[in-house]
Ligand binder design. Structure first.
Ligand code: 3EB
Length: 323
């Protein structure tokens, strides 16, 4: 798993992700993870995702270029001439519920992509409170999928995505977007049915995302990846088996991206979402075996979009040059 090729990281890559406990200058975006927003500096977006470890963690998207900030399209925006980051935080009640709030945020995203100077979405992150609340087609994640789909521009390529649940902040929808001046190539996973083709059993509208986006400068932005094979959840009773299965999914996806892009890839940042606090130690121990030790990794507690999924991993891969 992830046998590590000799690494010669390209210093000109437009984004690097680092996890740390303090603030970073020149960042396109910063996120503070923890149970409360206390102590979060103003520039960081606070996410109610308790990190594994000492109780605080920050994530920084570092840019090699000067970053400017503005507010537009209902979002806080940062841009550096090649990439744009935008963040929305919506009070669901003020928009009439999760479905309407997700439709509203996707309208803002469409407007930003059309008029904001960075027309190509790379990846969109969605954090919903109580994501598995409600049964059948009333589940909040399914309503979110319906709202998202109703504001999508037909024919627009689907970006990579993460959609997970905050185990707090029940009626706050947090969405952020990474977009580029130039388009990427969508990558699907040969082990998985495309999410946008999931059968009806998983909800009235299938989830609108691609498994990964390969950018022209060689980086691969990978969607939240779980133990879904075909369209089915595997190993609903074993967190460890789910983590091993999703690692196979990552391998298959990356192999596909390598063959399409013609360059080898190595993981450059991994975020692990774990549903149950009692699984944290096992997941950390197994992740340390499955993933390279020199890859920055952050593990946080979160709910996963399907009630029978216990763990999910999202990743950034960098192109590597064999020595
Ligand atoms: C899956 O494979 C897991 O709805 O945007 C992963 C990433 C998942 C993104 C989304 C859902 C989403 O279906 C769930």
């Amino acid at each position: 798993m992830f046998s590590q090729p000799p690494r010669a990281v390209d210093a000109t890559l437009p984004i690097r992700i680092r996890y740390s406990t303090n603030a970073a200058p020149q960042s396109l975006a910063s996120f503070a993870y923890g149970p409360t927003a206390a102590g979060t500096d103003e520039a960081a977006l606070h996410l109610h995702l308790p990190p594994h470890g000492d109780g605080s963690a920050q994530e920084h998207w570092l840019s090699p270029n000067p970053v400017t900030h503005r507010a537009a399209f209902g979002a806080r925006i940062a841009e550096d001439g090649s990439l744009l980051y935008a963040a929305w935080t919506l009070d669901e009640a003020a928009h009439g519920g999760i479905e309407a709030a997700s439709e509203e945020v996707y309208r803002q995203i469409a407007a930003l992509l059309e008029n904001g100077g960075y027309p190509h979405p790379i990846k969109i992150w969605h954090y919903l409170g109580a994501i598995n609340e409600g049964s059948g087609d009333d589940e909040r994640y399914r309503r979110f999928c319906v709202g998202r789909a109703s504001a999508l521009v037909p024919g627009q390529p689907l970006p990579a995505a993460t959609a997970v649940g905050l185990q707090a902040a029940p009626d706050r929808l947090t969405v952020f977007l990474l977009a580029a001046k130039v388009p990427g190539i969508r990558i699907e996973n040969p082990r998985q049915v495309p999410a946008y083709e999931y059968p009806r059993a998983y909800g009235p509208v299938s989830p609108s995302f691609s498994r990964a986006m390969l950018m022209p400068w060689g980086q691969l932005f990978v969607s939240g990846t779980a133990a879904v094979v075909g369209h089915e959840t595997k190993h609903p009773e074993s967190t460890g088996a789910q983590l091993r299965e999703l690692a196979l999914n990552l391998d298959a996806l990356v192999a596909r991206a390598e063959s399409i892009g013609g360059r080898r890839l190595a993981p450059a940042a991994l975020k692990v979402y774990v549903r149950r606090p009692e699984d944290l130690a096992e997941v950390e121990a197994l992740a340390a075996r499955l993933f390279p030790a020199d890859c920055p990794r952050l593990t946080v507690l979160a709910d996963i979009s399907r009630a029978d999924l216990r763990v999910e991993v999202e990743a950034l891969y960098d192109p590597v040059t064999d020595a």
